[in-house]
Design a protein around this ligand. Structure first.
Ligand code: XIL
Length: 318
């Protein structure tokens, strides 16, 4: 296996609604994003999700996804594509339809085939199925699971493999960073289920939305990544951020630095780990403060564009 290939960042379609207040930050943001010394890979935070790519049964729309795919090409970055079958940010019509198994099968196949086919040759990897598991490791009762059971997972991976034979196909989830958790065990079962069915899966993505005050140790991350590495050829940290219980202070910034460093240590040590992606790099553009009130400053650049201690910490650890 190739070993570490990239350090990257997710980015969103620029100038979208909620960021209008930061219009003046974009020149600096864009320069850091583009700098090949900072990032060699990117992922669209939102633009390739079902909500955007197939907002109604008869409409496919790649406008949002193309912004980041084109930016990746223009700035010479590897592209991780995200995410095909997910219960969240799903187009409302998928939830609202009273599906027969046959009709949903056809809809999932069509979605995956069309989106992966459209981006064929441009995605180094695809998150084919995202967050299919509950905390206890059992399957999440999404519309897909309720109608099709775990067959939807096999269907999605098969359709993706046909539509872009060269893209590396991933199962991606959060809360699977620690080796002993029930959810990590569930992810291992999911991967084995695909392998036993003869369905290709190339990688497992550990989202790694971590907490500064209770993060996994490097040893834990290594054990988890190695465990997945025995089942698939690649492992990646796909959505890394380390949220702080606000306010920010020296102590929690030091914990945060440790968390980021532990991820680097693990990825460097585990042969199958191909890369690390942070879930954006500039704090004001993080999803954390809006989603988890009271928590924030999870990325590598503060609002005023000074760097978190974690930045130098990671540089030293690589
Ligand atoms: C988040 C985005 O960052 C937000 O902008 C959006 O509002 C919600 O989704 N797991 C995933 C990502 O796989 O797609 C999510 O991204 C964060 C959690």
């Amino acid at each position: 296996q190739a070993g570490l290939l990239y350090f990257g960042t997710a980015t969103d379609t620029p100038y979208e609604r909620e960021r209008a207040a930061y219009a003046q930050a974009y020149p600096q943001y864009d320069a850091i994003f583009a700098d090949p010394a900072e990032f060699g890979q990117t992922t669209p935070t939102n633009g390739q999700k079902w909500l955007f790519t197939q907002p109604s049964p008869t409409v496919f729309n790649f406008t949002e996804g193309d912004v980041v795919a084109d930016l990746a090409a223009a700035t010479g970055k590897l592209l991780r594509c995200h995410a095909l079958v997910w219960h969240s940010q799903l187009a409302p019509w998928v939830e609202a339809t009273n599906w027969t198994a046959a009709a949903l099968r056809e809809a999932v196949e069509r979605h995956v085939r069309t989106v992966v086919g459209y981006y064929r040759g441009r995605c180094r990897s695809w998150d084919v199925v995202n967050e299919a598991l509950d905390e206890d490791g059992s399957y999440r009762a999404s519309v897909f699971y309720r109608v099709l059971g775990d067959e939807y997972i096999r269907l999605a991976f098969r359709a993706a493999a046909e539509a872009d034979p060269a893209a590396r196909l991933y199962y991606n989830d959060y809360g699977i960073e620690r080796p002993a958790s029930n959810k990590t065990a569930g992810a291992r079962r999911l991967v084995r289920m695909l392998r036993e069915a003869g369905v290709r899966i190339d990688g497992v993505g550990l989202q790694a939305h971590l907490h500064a005050d209770s993060h996994p140790t490097a040893a834990e991350l290594i054990e988890t990544a190695r465990g997945f590495g025995e089942l698939v050829r690649e492992v990646a940290f796909t959505e890394l951020d380390v949220r702080i219980e606000l306010p920010v202070n020296e102590t929690n910034l030091a914990w945060q630095k440790e968390a980021y460093q532990d991820v680097v240590t693990a990825c460097v040590k585990v042969e199958q780990c191909v890369g690390i992606t942070v879930w954006d790099f500039y704090d004001p553009f993080s999803w954390i403060p809006a989603t988890f009130p009271g928590q924030g400053a999870p990325l590598l650049w503060f609002d005023n564009f000074t760097k978190h201690p974690a930045y130098d910490g990671m540089v030293q650890t690589f």
